[in-house]
Design a protein around this ligand. Structure first.
Ligand SMILES: [Zn+2]
Ligand SMILES: [Zn+2]
Ligand SMILES: [Zn+2]
Length: 148
């Protein structure tokens, strides 16, 4: 019985897979019948993606986006990307607002990040602090810098 059920699931999946392209093609044929033209592609702009790789670099991909120059047509075509691995563009370190007290010190978190891919690195700094409810709060000493 279990085997029959799973076979039925496979047939259902095959049926759905077969049905999707047919519907997509039908929709495309319908649109073509309305606009009835050969797209006139021209280069419009690059779409850019940034993916962090490690602490030094990120993967940058430029995708050329072409648009159709026929008036009333909003078709576009995203073509194969060009990849490169440039260095991060890091901001300067700024206080993040994260802090805690331990022993005789108060610890505060500094971070910087890449303006392209968002990759961040940071460290904890510390200063002498009495604690026990008498913390020297970092907000009063180190303003939280906001990114521009
Ligand atoms: Zn077109
Ligand atoms: Zn980066
Ligand atoms: Zn403290």
């Amino acid at each position: 019985m279990q085997k029959i059920k799973s076979l039925a699931a496979v047939f259902l999946a095959l049926f759905i897979l077969a049905a999707i392209p047919t519907q997509a093609l039908a929709a495309e044929a319908h649109v073509d019948a309305i606009t009835a033209h050969t797209h006139q592609w021209y280069f419009d702009h690059y779409d850019t993606t940034y993916i962090p790789i490690d602490d030094e670099t990120h993967l940058k991909t430029l995708y050329p986006v072409y648009k159709c120059s026929v008036s009333g047509c909003s078709a576009f075509d995203i073509r194969d990307g060009y990849e490169s691995t440039p260095s991060h563009t890091m901001t300067s370190y700024s206080y993040t607002g994260s802090n805690y007290h331990a022993g005789n010190y108060h610890y505060i978190r500094y971070e910087r990040h890449c303006v392209q891919c968002g990759h961040s690195t940071g460290y904890w700094d510390h200063y002498s602090c009495p604690g026990n409810g008498h913390c020297i709060l970092p907000q009063s000493v180190f303003p939280v810098l906001t990114d521009k």
